[in-house]
Design a protein around this ligand. Structure first.
Ligand code: DC
Length: 335
């Protein structure tokens, strides 16, 4: 006898939603474990106390699981436990590899069982990549790697050393001497030059342009990409940048190309600067954005480009919430 575990959260305590979500949980369990509904002998359910409008067992029967024996029980109301959650144990006499299934927020219950996956977000400056990346990281409880911050740190090192005209040889020699690293504190990325946290110094307009300039060089990219692959190879991550889906992680499970018109992006940057208390001018920002777009997408090595298998999301007329919901849905349906 095989015992397959599963759990899902329900978005609302409503019979239609419970029927759909419980049916979906059982469908995914069957699909991942090579079962037909008729192969299941017993399903044991437990549900949290806030699910009142329908028993999961009834939902399962109405979703087409009619031949097996059911048992449902309410869970104790444990402080801090997940809300609106249904847990299932499916018993079957069939043979094969057992794959437990955790869906929606219930994935967080057993991240150890969840498959490792990477999300690649590419797109031009100001398209909303980093806002989306941070929110996705929170939603899925995975790491966010801001690759732009690494190029910005490399650029800041060059600005501080007054490298003339971003001379390639001088830039690459300098980066042999300084060490760009990232670490995480409370889930937030700390980007460092020789151990110094440079998070607040790398967001200026000057460093933005310098990052676009120095990131064209093979010597710079080789170093950054190696570090990015090392970090993303070990755990589930969301990475944003210009070449993540095309070069850094060509096998990423999810790839999105986040875009928006230059004018909308300039508006967003202006607002970011205002929040930081920096006084910048819209026309200058728009000019810089267009220049960076050109520089980032026409450079010889790993230019900004949509990966062939990336989903394009034009965020020009979308709110941050809309973008998150749209992307999250695609991921949840396929994770
Ligand atoms: O995303 P950002 O604005 O922080 O990126 C700063 C610059 O770094 C950007 O103009 C191009 C470069 N970059 C890159 O070449 N490859 C990446 N993966 C990320 C950023």
């Amino acid at each position: 006898m095989r015992a397959i575990r599963g759990a899902t959260t329900i978005s609302r305590d409503d019979p239609d939603v419970i029927r759909r979500e419980v049916g979906n949980l059982l469908d995914v369990i069957c699909e991942k474990n090579g079962l037909d509904a008729d192969d299941i002998q017993v399903i044991v359910f437990s549900q949290t106390k806030d699910i009142r409008s329908m028993y999961p067992a009834k939902a399962a029967r109405e979703a087409g699981y009619t031949k097996c024996t059911f048992f449902s029980a309410q869970e104790p109301d444990v402080e801090g436990s997940m809300k609106l959650c249904v847990r299932a144990m499916v018993l079957t006499d069939t043979f094969g590899e057992t794959r437990h299934v955790y869906l929606n927020d219930a994935r967080l219950l057993r991240l150890d069982l969840a498959e490792k996956f990477n999300i690649a977000l590419d797109g031009p400056a100001g398209s909303g990549k980093s806002t989306l990346a941070k929110r996705l990281a929170r939603e899925f409880d995975i790491l966010y790697l801001d690759t732009g911050a690494m190029y910005r740190a490399a650029a800041l090192a060059c600005v501080r050393a007054s490298v003339p005209d971003w001379d390639e040889k001088a830039v690459c020699e300098l980066l042999e001497k300084v060490k760009i690293t990232v670490k995480y504190k409370g889930g937030a990325q700390i980007t460092m030059i020789d151990g110094e946290d440079v998070g607040s110094d790398i967001r200026t307009a000057e460093v933005s342009m310098a990052a676009s300039a120095v990131s064209r060089y093979a010597g710079v990219r080789r170093k950054m990409v190696a570090l990015q692959r090392e970090i993303a190879g070990g755990m589930s991550c969301v990475l944003d940048g210009r070449d993540i889906g095309t070069n850094v992680l060509p096998d990423a499970k999810f790839k999105f190309y986040i875009d928006a018109s230059p004018e909308v992006r300039a508006e967003r940057r202006l607002r970011d600067y205002e929040i930081q208390g920096l006084n910048e001018n819209y026309d200058d920002i728009l000019r810089d954005i267009k220049r960076r777009d050109r520089q980032d997408s026409t450079r010889e090595i790993d230019p900004l480009r949509k990966a062939d298998d990336a989903v394009v999301v034009d965020t020009s007329a979308m709110s941050e919430d809309d973008v998150l919901e749209y992307v999250k849905k695609i991921i949840e349906e396929n994770v």
